[in-house]
Structure formats: C-alpha cells, structure tokens
Design a protein around this ligand. Structure first.
Ligand code: SF4
Length: 462
C-alpha cells in the first residue's frame, strides 16, 4: 500500500487548512503554456531559478518536448530589495542572445510577495531602450497562492490580447477562437472542424506545431506553430469571438469585447456530444454559417458508436479530478453515457465552477460528492473512494497511487501526464475526439473485466 495512511471519509478528520497532494499546479505553469502558443515567444519567469525549473519540468515531462523559458534568477538580494534590476538585465540579455519576437513575463509567488510591479518594470524597460524595434514585452501577474495553473493560463492570454489586439475600424470576416487549456492535438482538431465549417479564424493560443512539432533534424528555438503577432492584432477586427472553457477564456473574451467591441460567445471545451453540439452551434452563429453535412455525419457516427457501447458504461461509478474547463463537459458526458461520477475534486477554486458541477451531478447522480479549492485534494478523493469504491478513476498521473492501492482501472486524462507518452498527439475534443475518449474508457473497463473475472465468466465475445 503506497497510501496506507488515507482514511475512509467517515473516519477522516475534517480539515480546514491542510492540503495533502493538491489537485492542481501553480499559476506560472499555465502562463508558460499559454505563452508557448504564441509564435516566436519566450516565456520568462520573474522569480527564482527553482520556480522556472519546476514550471519547465512540468511542461517538458507532459509534452515530451524541450520547453524553452528564461528566468530573472532571483538571489537573496533581489528577494529583499526587489527584482527590477534582474528583470531589466534579463530583457537586454534575452533579446540579444535568444532573439525572440516577444518576451512574455509572468510573476511568481516571490516577486508578487515583495511587490514587484511588472507593468511598471516593463514600461521602464521600453523607456530605457532595452526593447529593440519590432520586439515586444507582454506581462501577466500570476501569484500562485491564488487560483491555480488555470488562472495563470487565463491571465497570460488576457495579457496578449491587451498588448496586441486592436480595432482598426475595418471588420474582417473571421472568428476569434480563444482556446481553453487543451492538448496541441485538440487545438489541431478544433482547427480541422473550422476548416470543415469553412470559417476563417484566429486561434489564441495555439500550441499545435509548437509542443508537437515534427522532428526535422534541425534545432528550432521557436517552432513554426503558434499565433503570430499580426494574427493577434487582427483579432480586434474579427466579427465575433468563440471562447472555449469558461475559466481559461472568459476574461480574455470580455477584455477583447471591452477593448475592441468584438462580441463573444462563451462555450465549454467540446468534450462529449452535448458540449461539442454547443461549440458547433456557437461557431455557426458567430460566423453566420450553416452546419455542413460532414459535421452532422461525424456526430451521427459518434452517436451510433456510443449506442453500441452504452450497455457497458451503464451504472459504472467513476472518480474524476482535474480542471474546471475539462471536468464540466467530461462529467456531463459521463452522465450521458449512463455512468456515475460519484467523487469529483478540483484544486481550482470558484463558486461558479461549484455551481455548474453540482447542477450536472445533482440531477442524475444522487449521492455524488464534489469539492473544489485548496482542501479538495487527492487525499479527499481517495478517502471518498475508500468510503464508496468506484469502477474507474479519470485524471492526471497523480491518481496512479490510488488506482494501484485500490486496484481500480485508471484513465490518464488532463494535465500533467508524466508517466506515459502519446497523450498530446490524440485529440479528445469534437465528435471524433469524443469517440476516441469513449473507446479508451470502454477498453479499460473490459481489460479489467478480462483480467479479474472468474474463468467461467471469461468470454471471447463481450
Ligand atoms: S514558489 Fe510559487 S511560483 Fe514558484 S514553483 Fe512554487 S508555487 Fe510556483
């Protein structure tokens, strides 16, 4: 038993302050991931080397790609007197040596605590002539004692819109896609759907061809992918915005509307049938196009396959953990499959998140437990599972300890996945991605049955 100290929920102490194995990571990790989705951009961590190493490691281990980022390298002196001098020096060095088009600076716990003002420092850098002609600085405040990596992602995307999007007064026939935190393959799948729908678009951020770039034999500090500066500038002239994922994208969509008068539609990350329907409808009405037959055919194919699978999903209990933008459509989908998400946690706080999750669960899963925020950790999830065992666990790599101890099938899903390879190449959004997700869930349940059933129940045909 790896987690031999976890107690059943009914025997566990009611905690007010202690987090045990959090179900989230820190804000700058999200800020760094968002910045990597912009072409020619180098993420910069304004804090200690240790923070930057952690953020890069988390991303590198998940995406299996070298993640480039720089740091202000705080020492004892900068920790006491402030990091302005370090950041100004960093900006000069980075533009001279690494030649990015943009440096995207995010703060850390330490620089926030000592009160460094990134806006003031970056303005000073420009005033002091440390930013070469045609190069740019973007900044986002990302103190990690507030929110989670989801908040950091949202803040950094908003920073790009604040810096680059402008309304020239000439409308473009294009739709902005402000993407929630999904895999590079998911971003590529959403772009494929946009092509089928014949909708011109700008996607921000776009990590496809950055964190899943092909092997070419040549090192490229800044891969070909990512949203370009001119694309971001044009977002202010788009006819509308579709923002996927309320918690990663809403602030940016609102900011773009306020700044450039581009109306937006907020929708969930398209995981599952209903959420994909909502996404397709949102794009269709934002771009004023009808839904092509090819999209309907993909939907029909998914529904047909789900009808074949449904008997195996029915009444299966699931424990799920992760990020709000993923958990909401995922749990809705699980409920639609006839499954019961009995235990759901997320380290990301938020009352609106809790309200939406409770609405999804209350209707069809009586007795389901949900918690979010700092006390909603992996320990809590495990104690709930000990109280009421489940048939499947879905979440990032950190759930493997619970899955092993309790002998429960485990689907690695979300961020980070540290102990497997390939997850960032196969989409789980849209109708086709949803089909792939359903297939993975079903295979796990059937593999478990094959491995654990008595000989008389071991069937060739299932
Ligand atoms: S100190 Fe804060 S910013 Fe740095 S790694 Fe820890 S949580 Fe993240």
């Amino acid at each position: 038993m790896l987690l031999r100290h976890t107690k059943k929920a009914s025997e566990a102490v009611d905690r007010k302050a202690l987090t045990i194995n959090p179900a989230k990571t820190c804000q700058p990790v999200g800020a760094m991931y968002a910045a990597l989705g912009v072409h020619g951009c180098l993420p910069h961590s304004h804090g200690s080397q240790g923070c930057c190493s952690y953020h890069r490691t988390a991303l590198t281990r998940h995406y299996k790609e070298p993640v480039m980022a720089s740091t202000s390298s705080f020492t004892e002196g900068s920790s006491v007197f402030g990091g302005q001098a370090n950041l100004l020096q960093s900006i000069s060095n980075i533009f001279a040596i690494y030649e990015p088009e943009i440096i995207a600076v995010h703060s850390t716990c330490l620089s926030e605590t000592i009160g460094d003002d990134l806006k003031q420092i970056t303005e000073k850098a420009i005033a002091d002539g440390k930013v070469p002609e045609g190069k740019h600085l973007v900044q986002a405040s990302t103190p990690s004692y507030i929110g989670s990596h989801v908040t950091g992602y949202s803040n950094m995307v908003k920073g790009f819109i604040d810096k680059f999007a402008f309304n020239t007064g000439e409308k473009k026939r294009q739709v902005n896609l402000i993407s929630g935190w999904v895999e590079p393959s998911d971003m590529r799948e959403i772009k494929r759907i946009m092509k089928i729908m014949k909708v011109p678009y700008v996607m921000l951020p776009d990590t496809s061809d950055v964190l899943d770039a092909p092997m070419t034999g040549k090192f490229q500090m800044y891969p070909n992918g990512g949203t370009t500066i001119s694309e971001m500038a044009s977002m202010g002239d788009s006819m509308a915005t579709v923002a996927t994922g309320h918690f990663c994208s809403r602030d940016s969509a609102i900011h773009l509307e306020n700044k450039c008068k581009v109306p937006f539609k907020l929708t969930d990350v398209p995981i599952g049938v209903k959420a994909t329907d909502r996404f397709i409808q949102a794009v269709s009405s934002a771009a004023k196009v009808s839904i092509p037959e090819e999209v309907n055919v993909e939907r029909g194919r998914l529904v047909d396959a789900l009808a074949d699978m449904q008997q195996y999903f029915y009444n299966k209990k699931v424990a799920v953990y992760g990020d709000p933008d993923t958990l909401i459509p995922l749990c809705e989908f699980l409920v639609d499959l006839g499954m019961k998400p009995m235990a759901v946690v997320s380290g990301t706080p938020g009352k609106e998140f809790a309200k939406r999750m409770e609405a999804i669960l209350a209707e069809k899963v009586p007795g389901a437990k949900f918690a979010n925020g700092s006390i909603a950790d992996m320990y809590k999830l495990h104690s709930w599972i000990k109280e009421e065992p489940v048939d499947l666990i879905i979440g990032n790599t950190y759930g493997k300890y619970i899955a092993r101890d309790e002998n429960i099938p485990f689907l690695r899903y979300g961020f980070p996945i540290l102990d497997r390879i390939g997850h960032s190449y196969f989409p789980t959004v849209g109708y086709m991605g949803t089909l792939s997700l359903a297939k993975d869930i079903l295979n796990l349940l059937m593999d478990y049955q094959d491995a654990n059933c008595i000989e008389e129940k071991f069937e060739l045909v299932m």
